[in-house]
Design a protein around this ligand. Structure first.
Ligand SMILES: C[S@@+](CC[C@H](N)C(=O)[O-])C[C@H]1O[C@@H](n2cnc3c(N)ncnc32)[C@H](O)[C@@H]1O
Length: 236
């Protein structure tokens, strides 16, 4: 069995390479273009999406809020969230791949945004204080974490009471087989680390969240066993 550390190292290697040649996480298999054209037209070319959904559009962010993006990649969702929360709000992107952070910071400098910061860290052990954010968003990242219980526990810990979790992610129609799970390319491609939808929601409930639900964001395509879901939950 591949260890968690090996899986993470592989994921980080793959995304360090992908930032050179941007594509969606699951090679276009999970989703059609996710953002309306006008959303990206004023952004630098380097602000690529590796995601499978559009959590910012779903997150109903308000001016002044503090937002955390788990696995922020090149920063696209952070920049979109920054527009929504405005100068009185702030956005923190956490990612463990140095090349992604470098690209995100370069993109931020080009955009001149001062209400976004990027931190290096593992979403299984967040570099944030307890009860310090209003909304946690994430786009196609939790599936890549070997310990999803830890990710949702950490999201719960850093959210304030009344805070929201709004995540776009790949979920499965059936569990991945042992063979699929051992396929590192399929794992880093956001497929075989994913969970069946009900198991995924169960882990969010186990972390303490309520009002847990999901909507299909991009349906299963022929021959595939995964789809993209928008997942919502609340910390009471
Ligand atoms: C599929 S990409 C998505 C990037 C971004 N959310 C987007 O939509 O463009 C996955 C990102 O998550 C990061 N990542 C994966 N596992 C992580 C972990 N355990 N902790 C922090 N970052 C992680 C990778 O480095 C990569 O940048």
């Amino acid at each position: 069995m591949v260890s968690s550390e090996e899986l993470k190292a592989q994921v980080s290697r793959v995304y360090a390479e992908k930032i050179e040649q941007p594509s969606s996480c699951c090679e276009g298999a999970c989703s059609e273009p996710i953002y309306p054209e006008e959303t990206q037209k004023d952004l630098p070319d380097g602000v690529a999406s590796f995601g499978c959904g559009n959590p910012v559009a779903l997150a109903s962010l308000r001016p002044g809020e503090v937002v955390l993006d788990l696995g922020s990649g090149a920063g696209l969702d952070c920049f979109l969230a920054a527009q929504k929360v405005g100068p009185k709000g702030s956005v923190i992107g956490v990612d463990f791949t140095p090349a992604m952070l470098e690209k995100a910071r370069a993109n931020q400098a080009e955009l001149g945004l001062t209400n976004v910061t990027f931190r290096q860290g593992d979403i299984e052990a967040l570099p944030l204080e307890d009860a310090s954010v209003d909304a946690v968003i994430s786009n196609c990242v939790v599936n890549l974490a070997p310990d999803k219980d830890a990710v949702f526990r950490e999201a719960f810990r850093v959210l304030r009471s009344g805070g929201r979790l709004m995540v776009s992610d790949i979920v499965l129609e059936r569990p991945a087989t042992e063979e699929e799970m051992a396929d590192l390319a399929l794992y880093a491609g956001c497929i075989s680390g994913s969970l069946p939808a009900q198991e995924y929601l169960g882990k969010i409930r186990d972390a303490g969240f309520t009002n847990v639900r999901y909507e299909v964001e991009s349906p299963t395509k022929e021959g595939q066993f995964w789809f993209s879901a928008a997942v919502f939950a609340v910390k009471d």
